[in-house]
Design a protein around this ligand. Structure first.
Ligand code: SAJ
Length: 407
């Protein structure tokens, strides 16, 4: 059976390492955080995702998955580390490949002839080529000569909240620097992937992943822009979209308080950075979605009278998950606190406020928030808020960014 070393035990690396282990592969999962390594080795997890705890426990108990802070020799290395962006002084978003570079260089002492190095992290076009250059330069520094290493980009497309299902059932793209690398990667993922696996070159695979998220961002921006148009014209955007979507070729997405998470709000910038003159629509979509939280804040401020108490329902970046990273709801709660309003936050999926809101908002249960609030802002369409009725909110101002609360 193939042996693997998976670098980065986050939302992508941990499920991937675990599923390979439960299929009989010997897997070493590597993370720079000693506490993450310790948690996983004890069969527990440090992130929330339905059923991931069961999968990781099974993988560790099988003896096939162990975590470490250092890479170990293996047939295949999978890089699943973050690829954020930094903001330049002129506002331009610059991809930050430092985690990919560091993880790649860390392979030099252990990589061997004929190994396959897979980049799973969502990356700008050309990154797989850089991975090869970085590894070869590190090998040269160590005076090691290692022949025939294969390189491929195999992007992950799983949706938070449904990761374990999608890991197995989503189609995949294997984009090698050579056809042999694509084929070797395909044979590896066939270990657990029940869907189709398509072969491509690395650059096409890189751009395909970025394109998928940019496509969704542009479509959400269209819905968000419509919500602004409707606010201006006094039209109910939810009713408008429901009716327009009765056309056989129209399928408008849902407006919201903005776009969060660490993928859709990030990845389009990698295209804009690489082709700024061409990617005008994608840049505008990012700007539309990034401006939506400010629009919501203006609506709340307009509704809030003196002594207002604002209940923010939901902090996660989307429904039914606990992930607060890059969440427009957290941004909105912070901006409302900055504006001097009393902010009550209701987030049934977390036990504590994120650092950015500590001391600026109060985390309270739904009942308590509804009892005290004069303004209610529904930010996340969590199942926990599904039973809310307009009658329960009578006497309060309501700003419903998700169109969830109907008469
Ligand atoms: N959102 C809306 N309106 C909608 C749909 C989404 O406002 O109609 C908002 C959500 O509330 C959230 C954000 O967009 O703030 C993103 O949520 P999402 O569910 O669209 O996507 P993510 O970020 O959870 O996962 C995406 C997925 N990509 C696509 O659907 C093209 C997933 O398949 C990718 O694997 C993931 O990014 C990733 O890791 O790249």
């Amino acid at each position: 059976m193939t042996s693997l070393c998976v670098l980065g035990l986050g939302y992508i690396g941990l499920p991937t390492a675990s599923i390979f282990a439960t299929k009989g592969c010997k897997v070493v999962g590597v993370d720079i955080s000693a506490s993450v390594v310790e948690t996983i080795n004890s069969g527990r997890i440090h992130i929330q995702e339905p059923d991931l705890d069961v999968l990781v426990r099974a993988a560790v108990q099988s003896g096939n998955l162990r975590a470490s802070t250092k890479p170990a020799p293996a047939d295949v290395f999978i890089l699943a580390v973050p690829t954020p962006f930094s903001v330049a002084p002129d506002g331009a978003r610059i991809p930050d490949l430092s985690f990919v570079e560091a993880a790649t260089r860390s392979l030099a002492p252990v990589v061997a002839a004929g190994n396959l190095v897979i980049l799973e992290s969502t990356s700008p076009v050309g990154t797989t080529e850089k991975v090869k250059v970085w590894l070869e330069s590190e090998l040269a520094k160590l005076g090691r000569k290692v022949e025939g290493v294969l390189y491929a980009h195999c992007p992950e497309r799983i949706l938070p909240g449904q990761m374990l299902k999608e890991l197995v059932s989503n189609d995949r793209i294997c984009g090698g620097l050579t056809p042999a690398a694509s084929e070797k990667a395909r044979d590896l993922y066939a270990t657990f992937c029940t869907a189709q696996i398509f072969l491509a070159d690395a650059r096409t695979a890189e751009l395909a992943k970025l394109t998928e998220n940019a496509y969704r961002d542009v479509n959400i921006a269209f819905a968000n822009e419509l919500s602004l148009v409707c606010d201006r014209l006094g039209v109910d955007v939810w009713e408008l979209i429901r009716l327009a979507n009765r056309h056989p070729r129209v399928k408008i997405l849902q407006p919201g308080p903005g776009v969060g998470g660490h993928c859709i709000a990030v990845d389009p910038w990698f295209i804009v950075d690489a082709a700024p003159a061409e990617a005008r629509l994608m840049r505008t979509a990012r700007e539309v979605n990034d401006s939506k939280p400010h629009h919501v804040v203006s609506q709340v401020r307009a509704a809030a009278g003196p002594g207002a108490v604002v209940a923010c329902l939901g902090l996660a970046f989307k429904a039914n998950i606990d992930d607060l990273r890059e969440s427009p709801s957290v941004e909105i709660a912070g901006l409302l606190a900055d504006a001097g309003l009393k902010v009550l936050a209701v987030e049934p999926h977390v036990a504590a406020l994120p650092k950015s809101l500590q001391g600026r908002a109060e985390l309270v249960p739904l009942d308590a928030a509804l009892a005290r609030a004069t303004v209610v802002v529904l930010l996340v369409d969590h199942r926990a808020f599904a039973g809310l009725t307009l009658a329960q909110l009578s006497g309060k101002k309501l700003i419903d960014t998700r169109g969830m609360i109907r008469a």
